[in-house]
Design a protein around this ligand. Structure first.
Ligand code: SF4
Ligand code: FES
Length: 366
């Protein structure tokens, strides 16, 4: 594996998402993990992850997000947090908070963890546990939030919202305050992987979205300086697409549990791209020189209408994975864009959302 880093005119990644495992006690039907989940026997070892963290720091990465699945399913998590900290990486734990409590979080804090991002499914325990597919999950998360604050770590709450929990949004904001969070992410479901399978169960109507947006706007004004609220809308209702990952291969690199490196969590679904593994290639080779990371980098790959659009370096043509999912071609303009020749596909999906939501297909190993 080469350690020499010659630097072409590409910035190093800002952040590395370490998907340590796909194992998780929860079964959320909007999980962003692939529909074909990796098994424990395929996962990178602790030594392999530590090598990845060392290379990431040498490459210029600043933040590492320990994620999953549920990263606390890995018994070596404290060792990996310590390795990240030793290499000067800002360590963030993205967790469901259902596999531990104060004992574990104190160990993580001592190992150098800097921040915890804790997900909730709803504010009403019964509905939260129904969405998570695990009885008692909500109560465990609430206790975990208290343990994070007691350990002196900053806490962000992540609320994934959709048509089956949006009515509780004002109470979710109150819950974030009560649990001592400094930041709240209100993130509408994005339709990839399991969420795409369950799209009709989650897609809100335009009226539901507008009401939620008004609630967030009012809360942001009321809670200025107390609670920061990030808001991610379902882009099926937008006129222009999101700047997915802030552009392909521009700021983020994801390492999957098996060691496969991808520019985003859904990229593995794209045909014709051979994503390299950290088991075979250095991070520098993957980031700067691999064909997969260069395929949709910048603007040269774009066709019209993106090629001559004034927003081409703002949204980078939207999401490559969504273009493939909806239009069958990852090199087309994201159909969410109203300028896309495929935009009617989004309207058809919205029209197809059932009046009463279908039953969930829960995340599971197949
Ligand atoms: Fe973005 Fe392309 Fe739409 Fe322009 S045409 S707004 S670059 S997706
Ligand atoms: Fe892959 Fe948007 S999720 S580019």
């Amino acid at each position: 594996m080469s350690t020499r880093i010659d630097r072409p005119a590409i910035d190093p990644p800002l952040a590395l998402l370490a998907e340590l495992t796909h194992r998780c006690p929860l079964r959320c039907p909007y999980c962003s993990n692939p529909v074909a989940l990796a098994r424990a026997s395929e996962e990178l070892s602790a030594a392999e992850w530590i090598g990845v963290l060392r290379e990431a720091a040498a490459l210029g990465v600043l933040q590492v997000h320990f994620s999953g699945g549920e990263p606390m399913a890995r018994r070596d998590l404290a060792q990996l947090i310590a390795a990240a900290s030793e290499h000067g990486l800002y360590g963030n734990l993205i967790t469901s908070g259902t596999l531990g409590g104060s004992a574990e979080i104190e160990v993580f804090a001592k190992a150098g963890l800097k921040h915890v991002q804790l997900s909730f499914q709803d504010v009403a325990p019964d509905n939260a546990d129904r969405i998570a597919g695990l009885a008692g999950a909500h109560g465990r998360k609430t206790a975990f939030a208290a343990a994070v604050r007691a350990a002196g770590l900053p806490l962000t709450l992540n609320m994934v919202v959709h048509r089956q929990n949006l009515r509780g949004l004002p109470d979710m904001i109150d819950m974030a305050l009560a649990l001592g969070a400094r930041r709240l992410e209100v993130a509408h479901v994005q339709y990839y992987a399991w969420a795409l399978v369950n799209r009709a169960a989650f897609l809100p109507s335009r009226a539901e979205l507008d009401e939620a947006t008004a609630v967030v706007k009012a809360a942001r004004e009321r809670l200025k300086g107390v609670l920061t609220i990030d808001y991610v809308i379902p882009d099926y209702h937008a006129r222009r697409p999101k700047s997915c990952m802030n552009g392909w291969g521009r700021q983020f690199i994801n390492i999957m549990p098996t060691g496969k490196a991808v520019p985003c969590h859904a990229a593995e679904t794209l045909p014709g791209l051979d994503f390299p593994s950290v088991r075979d290639s250095s991070l520098a080779d993957i980031w700067y020189r691999s064909a997969a990371f260069n395929r949709f980098r910048g603007t040269d790959w774009m066709a019209e209408p993106c090629r001559s659009c004034e927003r081409r370096e703002i949204d980078w043509g939207g999401c490559r994975c969504q273009a493939f999912q909806l239009a069958g071609d990852a090199s087309r303009t994201d159909p969410v864009c109203a300028l896309s020749p495929d935009h009617e596909l989004v309207g058809a999906a919205l029209a197809g959302a059932a009046a009463s939501p279908p039953a969930f297909v829960y995340r599971q190993y197949r």
